[in-house]
Design a protein around this ligand. Sequence first.
Ligand code: F6P
Length: 342
Amino acid sequence: MKKVAVLTGGGDSSGINALIRSIVVNATKHNLEILGIKEGWRGLLEENFQELNMENTEGINRRAGTILKTSRTNPLKEEGQVEHISEVIKKHNIDALIAIGGDDTLGVAGYLHTQGLPVVGIPQTIDNDIYGTEYCVGFNTAVNQVLTAIEAMRESNISHQKGMIVEVMGRESGWIAMYAGLIAEADYVMIPEHPLNFDHLIDSLKAKKAQGKEACLVIVSEGIEIDGVDRGEAVDAFGNKALAGISYAVAEILKQKTGWDKRIQVLGHYQRGGQPTAYELRNSIEMGQYAVQLLVEGNLGNMVARIDDQLTTVPLSEIRGKKGPISKKFEAMAKQQGIFGI
Ligand code: F6P
């Protein structure tokens, strides 16, 4: 093996650049040439490359985002693009490809592997919902960003005795909401994995108020479904709808049922930025090392996965079309703290 290419696809997060740096550090030790592919799968189709080396990746570890840029281009959608990718890979003498991204990006990587392309995947999404791994790059920092935002607003809410609804990302996964809710001691957390019960939510908040709580905090995961709320028809190249904004419907229902006027904060892309946490960096460095080791050993067609804090592999063919659930253990711990009422 002489030349390795790296691409980052889908939603970015903090922790990707540390992964890239770790791949460069470790691939360089094995005398591998490293080619950065710009803008995800689009860059591979358009032969938009950037050489990566020890010099031009120095100091990127703690920067949010991805120095390679990203896109949600789906080469499986258009006829002939997979064949085109094979040709580009041959033309540029790329011996293996490391794909960094969520289930969409890794789904493409898995398919390309079945077509004979040498790939290794690394799970990266703030949603933390990739099947087969307990941790995805970006999740820890995203939760930290949510906590920072909540703390910045909490005293204002208390001063005004105003309850607040904070909407977080995660698509159909409630991981961010639940994790942040546990640590921020939210009064209620609404996640897509659990049926909604507005009467229960109202009773819980009334009980908190009766105990003297001045400003309740409700965390809403963007992916919850509310009857009658239409998210529109628009989807991205992978069929994902834009989900932000459901907290306005939650606030409206609360207003109608109780007259309460809650503050609403949709945290949006703030969650995808910020300096990566120490845990994030440690994970990225380790996953980068492991991915290069897999390449060097010729262990292809796999995704790097973290299980019980150990790195291992999961075949890319196994993850396509599946989602990684919130762990039962975590959920039980969160429930025991008594903040969810679900
Ligand atoms: O999958 C990552 C994610 O941040 C989701 O949590 C969110 O719904 C989506 O991406 C937002 O996508 P975009 O950056 O395209 O608005």
